[in-house]
Structure formats: structure tokens, C-alpha cells
Ligand binder design. Structure first.
Ligand code: AMP
Ligand code: FE
Ligand code: FE
Ligand code: ZN
Length: 288
């Protein structure tokens, strides 16, 4: 069983459509893939409709949160997508990304970069708009050589010259909403220090006490020593340790299945969830 619980499609800032993503997941030899677009579930239907035999789809989302001035991402799995309270909060965060990206375009224009909102909107398409789309516009304009090169303080990294904060949820509230919608809440890449997403052990313990189910221990932004430390922390706090690629298509270097989740941990996630079930691909195998 190869299980990858964190991927992005064109419904947010990935480059594969949901249908392309599930095809790529099957081609990469995965048995289970979770679609976790930023602040939206809009890719789920297309992914489910295109699911190849033998691949199961875990519906999810990656919710943008902020705690003590630090951005923090919460992976939410198998929640009821129609539960009104979580739906309203998710849509609020997604919708606020538009004026935020427009404000970043204005900042860039103030810095002499001839980027336009129309250009960014074209790149984002129907997706939940984010900094990777702005970064791609900067690549098109020849301002930077690659998407990661835009994530510096010169441009759009946290605190950068053209960075504007987006509306984000309180993570304690987000955990509560996810659980109330029958979902399972896993803190994404909590040790990703170089991307400013490092979450303190005290905060992780407080989130665990508030109902957090797990932490993503194995992730490309975690050095091996960090993975080891987080596995120990998960064991101490009774949290489920997960591993995932955080695949974004061509906008990031990680490959599908680069990190995976233990089948027993995955089984526990599916047992805890009451808001939705994994979608089996035609003729696919279901996990207990
Ligand atoms: P946003 O949610 O609009 O603030 O943008 C954050 C997204 O930018 C993350 O989900 C990643 O997909 C992407 N990102 C963040 N840091 C980097 C980086 N150093 N290189 C490439 N992409 C990044
Ligand atoms: Fe992203
Ligand atoms: Fe993330
Ligand atoms: Zn992600």
C-alpha cells in the first residue's frame, strides 16, 4: 500500500488538473491519494470522476491558519464538504485570496514590475489564487528565473517587499470546525522552518489537547533529524504521524509518493472520519 495524503491540483496552486493528478498518482504506483487544495474542495468531483481502477481518493483540503503571527497549514481529511460552518469559513478564506493577490500586484507595480491582475487571474484560472500564481507571472515577465526564486524577501516571501498577508483562520477554531464536520485534522509540515511554517512543540501540544489528530512528520521541507524529532513528539502526544509529498505538479520539485503514510496510520484516519468515506476507484481495493 502506497499512500500519499497531501497534493494540490489546479483547484489551487498545483499545475495538474484534478483528473490529471489522479492519473499521475496511479502512474506513480499509489494506492491512495488525498487531494488537499488550499482552502477549497472544488477539485474533488473532477478527481473522483476520473479515478483510475485501484486508486482510492481521500477528499481533503489544506486550511490556511495563523497562530502568534506564524502561518500554519492544517490538513483536513474526510470532512462533510457541505457542513455549513466549515464551508462558510473555507469560502471566506478562499475568497479573500483575490483582493489579497490584487494588493500584491499593486505592491509589485509600485516596485516597477509591469505585472497585471489579468495576467495573474489567467494563470490561476479557476484555482484558489495564491503566491505561486504571482510567482509564475514574475517568471513570465523575466523578473525571476523560477517560481521558488520569487519566494525571497525581495519579492513575495513572508515579510517580503510585495507580500500581503491573507485572511487566515485561528487553528484552534479550524480544528474544532473540522472535527465538528466529521473530519480528521493533521498539522501540515510543522517543522518547515525555512518556509516560516515552524510550529513550536508547545503549540502542537495545545492543538493536540484541542483535538488535533496528527502531524505530518515526513515532508520534503523536513530534514531527516526533524522527521525523527517530530515522530518522537507524535508518539509523546498520541498524534498520528503522516508522510506526504505536498505535490504541486511542475511548481515544486517534489514527486508524487516521495513521502508516504503508513497503512496502519491511514486505517486509523479512515476509522476516525465520519464526514466522508474514501472514494474507491473503479474496481479499487478498499482499506478497512
Ligand atoms: P499563499 O497560500 O498564497 O500564501 O502561498 C503559499 C504557497 O506558496 C505554498 O502553499 C506553496 O505552494 C508555495 N510556496 C511557498 N514557499 C515556496 C517556495 N520557497 N518555493 C516555491 N513555492 C513556495
Ligand atoms: Fe501550495
Ligand atoms: Fe502547506
Ligand atoms: Zn500543501
Amino acid at each position: 500500500m502506497r499512500i500519499d495524503l497531501h497534493t494540490h491540483s489546479t483547484a489551487s496552486d498545483g499545475t495538474d488538473s484534478p483528473a490529471e493528478l489522479v492519473a499521475a498518482a496511479a502512474a506513480a504506483g499509489l494506492d491512495v491519494v488525498a487531494l488537499t487544495d488550499h482552502d477549497t474542495t472544488r477539485g474533488h468531483a473532477a478527481a473522483a470522476a476520473a479515478l483510475p481502477p485501484g486508486l482510492s481518493l481521500v477528499t481533503g483540503a489544506e486550511l490556511s491558519c495563523r497562530l502568534d503571527g506564524t502561518g500554519l497549514h492544517l490538513l483536513a481529511y474526510l470532512f462533510d464538504p457541505d457542513e455549513p460552518e466549515l464551508l462558510a469559513r473555507r469560502e471566506l478564506v478562499r475568497d479573500d485570496r483575490v483582493p489579497r493577490a490584487q494588493a500584491m500586484v499593486e505592491r509589485l507595480r509600485g516596485l516597477g514590475v509591469p505585472v497585471t491582475w489579468e495576467q495573474v487571474a489567467r494563470i490561476a484560472g479557476d484555482g484558489s489564487v495564491g503566491r505561486p500564481h504571482i510567482a509564475e507571472a514574475l517568471v513570465e515577465l523575466g523578473v525571476v528565473a523560477s517560481v521558488p526564486d520569487a519566494f525571497t524577501t525581495e519579492w513575495i516571501a513572508d515579510g517580503g517587499r510585495a507580500h500581503v498577508q491573507k485572511y487566515e483562520l485561528d487553528p484552534f477554531e479550524a480544528v474544532r470546525l473540522v472535527k465538528a464536520a466529521g473530519g480528521v485534522a493533521v498539522l501540515a509540515h510543522p517543522g518547515a522552518a525555512r518556509r516560516g511554517h515552524s510550529v513550536s512543540e508547545v503549540s502542537i501540544a495545545e492543538l493536540a489537547a484541542a483535538g488535533l489528530d496528527g502531524i505530518e512528520t515526513d515532508h520534503m521541507d523536513h530534514e531527516p533529524a526533524v522527521r525523527e524529532r517530530l515522530r518522537g513528539l507524535a508518539a509523546d502526544l498520541g498524534l498520528l504521524p503522516t508522510g506526504s509529498s505536498d505535490y504541486h505538479g511542475t511548481r515544486k520539485t517534489c514527486r508524487l509518493g516521495e513521502f508516504t503514510t503508513d497503512p496502519e496510520i491511514y486505517g486509523e484516519i479512515t476509522r476516525r472520519a465520519t464526514g466522508a468515506f474514501p472514494v474507491p476507484g473503479a474496481g479499487g481495493t478498499e482499506v478497512a
